[in-house]
Design a protein. Structure first.
Length: 126
């Protein structure tokens, strides 16, 4: 399985589309085979789901994501795991062990640009 984790420093980024990098991890038979980082190609409609799908990503892990991005990932058969907080290393450990569970997106619709709003921050607490 190849997973992408939205990354901001050592933490899982709450903002999927605005994270600086994605940590890419390849896991086979419960073992980490390879881990690297790739730069976010830029926040434009549909760009990131297409980019990550072209890199062979099967799972995206993040804090928050909008409905359009979730829909695009679904159309590419990429599983989304939302509502993840904490360090990237902990997320990788839990993913490797089959224990990573998602939840509600940390960002609500309209929390960023778009939806007729121009906000600089999401409604979730940091």
């Amino acid at each position: 399985m190849r997973a992408a984790i939205s990354t901001d420093g050592s933490m899982v980024s709450a903002h999927f589309g605005r994270c600086p990098v994605f940590t890419i991890v390849d896991i086979e038979n419960g073992e980490i085979k390879e881990q690297s980082q790739i730069s976010n190609p830029g926040h434009a409609p549909g760009a990131i789901p297409q980019f990550l799908q072209s890199k062979g990503v099967e799972v995206i892990v993040c804090g928050g994501m909008g409905h359009k991005a979730m829909s695009m990932f679904s159309s590419f058969d990429v599983k989304t795991v939302l509502g993840v907080e904490g360090t990237v290393e902990e997320a990788i450990r839990m993913l490797k062990d089959g224990r990573l569970e998602g939840g509600e997106s940390l960002c609500s619709p309209g929390a960023g640009k778009g939806y007729g709003l121009d906000k600089n921050a999401c409604d979730h607490e940091d």
